[in-house]
Design a protein around this ligand. Structure first.
Ligand SMILES: [Zn+2]
Length: 117
């Protein structure tokens, strides 16, 4: 009962999967694009920094009610493995529905979100 829902800019709480606000009809993030993206690789990030950035990006995407998140980890093994390990943990925690390599792009991972519970 105490779970906080994200708010529309007009102040009305938004439900997961809602594409427009019931009060002001503004599109939510889901209504705008459905997917968000974060780059955790191209500013010299270490593995732990990339994991923290991925965590923050997941929380932000959940707050925006996005359908999914693309994590750009680059082509090196170190960050690719760090991001995949993070995604495995999110999956075990029930925070995401699934993940897979972005088709045609070995430098990015696609993550499908679950609605917040
Ligand atoms: Zn609104």
């Amino acid at each position: 009962m105490s779970r906080r829902r994200p708010l529309c800019s007009c102040g009305v709480p938004l439900d997961p999967g809602q594409s427009v606000c019931v009060k002001c009809d503004r599109p939510t993030a889901l209504g705008r694009s459905g997917w968000t993206q974060v780059d955790v690789a191209h500013h010299g990030q270490t593995g732990p920094v990339a994991e923290r950035q991925a965590d923050a990006a997941l929380a932000q995407a959940q707050g925006l009610l996005a359908a999914g998140l693309v994590i750009v980890h680059g082509r090196g093994d170190r960050l690719r493995l760090a991001v995949r390990n993070r995604a495995c943990r999110w999956l075990m925690e029930g925070r995401i529905a699934k993940f897979e390599d972005e088709p045609g792009n070995p430098g990015a991972l696609r993550v499908w979100l679950r609605p917040p519970v």
